[in-house]
Design a protein around this ligand. Sequence first.
Ligand code: GLC
Length: 799
Amino acid sequence: MITNTELEYKGDLYPSKIVSFEHDSDSISFYTNKSVILKVTVLRDSLIRFRFTTKGYFSKDFSYAIDKGHSHGYNFLEVTEEDDYYQIQTSKVKCKIQKADMRLCIYDLEENIILEDELGFHWEESYEYGGNIVKMSKASKEGECFYGLGDKATQLNLKGKRLENFATDQYAYQKDQEPLYKVVPFYIGLRNKKSYGIFFDNTFRTYFDFCHERRNVTSFWAEGGEMNYYFIYGPQMEDVVTTYTHLTGKPELPPLWALGYHQCKWSYYPESNLKEVAAKFRELKIPCDALYLDIDYMEGFRCFTWNKEYFPDPKRMVTELAEDGFKTVVIIDPGIKIDKGYSIYKEALEKDYFCKRADGPYMKGKVWPGECNFPDYTNPEVREWWAGLFKELISDIGVKGVWNDMNEPAVMEVPNKTFPMDVRHDYDGNPCSHRKAHNIYGTQMARATYHGVKRFAYPKRPFVITRSAYAGAQRYTSSWTGDNVATWEHLWIANIQVQRLSISGMGFTGSDIGGFAEQPSGELYARWIQLGVFHPFCRTHSSGDHGDQEPWAFDEEVIDITRKFVNLRYQLLPYLYTMFWQYIEKGIPMLKPLVYFDQDDIQTHYRNDEFIFGNQILVCPILEPNSLGRRMYIPRGEWYNYWTNEAVKGGKEIWVDTKFDEIPIFIKAGAIIPKYPVQQYVGELEFEELTLDLYYKHGQEKSEVYEDAQDGYDYKKGRYSFLSFKTTGKENELFIQLHKDGKFDTNYSKYKINLIGLPFKIQTIEIDNVEVAFDKNTLENENYLLVNKDFNALHFMGE
Ligand code: GLC
């Protein structure tokens, strides 16, 4: 019997001996005595690109994933030739390339192996399509761990898994089901406490095998295109993720309302139904910022049309909702109904904007409207046209956000659920088949949508959400995890998917809260909302064919829990916004799995459930019915139980009691957590003070608060307010130093500082070195201090 392994090697070709090399500024090319060339480009000291060709020359270099604005530059680069190998050294790593077979190995400067080729680059020629099936294998060490790869519905540590990247409409997917909607061919390896990353920038169908087929081998391969990957050195996971995110790009700040709570269903119609939903939120005092219109708002599912029977006057309706604080978001799918009386169809046909089959006819497939043609979003002219189509929706009607769905692209009633592979695409002037364009189709649609919404929303910020995405899509759009199911297992999956997407550069994401397919019990819905408010994108959505999924579809207790947790999210908006700012400024993921938080602690390497929200809040969802608490791992350091303010020392697994209306939440000691008052929607209230919850720590901790006008682009001109706090706790003393930056003056004039866990009784307070009289009663009973926001230093002394 032939084993898998033997099959994989059958027909494989390998590079031959390196015979010469050329060094040209940041690139070093290695030539073999056949046609293989390896081009190594040093982008930064810890970011190196490896590009192979088997043709004797390289094709045009083009990538949708790489952010054109990413900065290059290294401090040191030296290339040396030894008897058996070449060495490339930067200020962070050394890469040795064997002359005999082109295999390479990357070391840190202390000669520890970071990444080592097993067979290295090899390939199989594709007779049917031309080109190669390109393959890479790396030797893996015992104890090595793997993370990343986007939306995979499996355990966080990918060791032992084989995964496939091919954007797929995977309705009601299950745990471990492959492939899913998104394609992020980027993973993080953790070996001997050092992290590195690999980004395999290849849009064909790709596979990754993390010690699944062979225990000590990790491999990745693609059905076409180039072996073209980026190596990123840590050694901290934060270095890897921020470098990757820098390379593939960061989004702009979303409008703050987009971080509020969103309510969706397939579908709210007619207008009276949507208005009832809106009114009920306000009546029950559950904050909500956005309402969604799913496909039924359209006329026969024709994009950019309205069903005038259900929605006779969209502009009036959208305006009325806006007056009550609701932003309207509408769905737009890629399939354009084949209908001669439909102007968008006619225009696209006249301009020849639809994708074509290899032999000429337009690509035709069934989606919601029936037979459709599909714009080729990989053509810049088509994207420009598409962007222009948003004028009426955004400028005239006042819609605030657009939801792109079915853009894998999904096709109904066909076995592969998508286009046939012979469909042609422009690929921005690099014509190709669907084999190459499939995985980026959704991203190019979202990109065109983003440019349209941005153009017409200006000077406000756009909001776009997509289901399918390739690496780099985060520059244009938020996303959600597709058609999940109302099961406890899916709650577990959602928790992992959002963490994983977060460390894969695509942080602005969330799951359909409560589950899309099937009906959640009240308990499951409550547990889901308790997790969902800690996801950067927070939206309840359901398929609507099994009953309602608004909070009031459940009993009073669940309604109260929903309100309590959505309230908490609205209080934490300045904290969440600061996380977002750290993401767009520095590429720091908004959610951090425990392994990211403390990779040196091997207890974290296989944890799935607990995560850090931002930098200082540890969250652990309840994932089972009838729970009175759960076991969880508290990472090293000191923490406070958010509900009881009890101090806990980390570095151990503990049992945490919870009630139905709580999940385990811990705050890092020393943290200052900024809070707004509860509002029913962003901007509802003007308030006098910003609450700062300070959790005392013996030692130092830093906290940041970013604010701006909450919408618009003035922040790019310096009109933001950035607060950087340093807290230092000593025996009987607490210092708070505040450094301010930016030209935005917040509306409030005071901070209300809540002092939590203070181990001494305050006797004296100095503000900017001046002792102030204070109302002892206030401090002693309430433990808070109201102080003008213009201070630089606060000093509490006591005994
Ligand atoms: C797809 C989407 C879902 C949407 C439905 C109807 O299944 O994933 O969110 O509600 O289509 O548009």
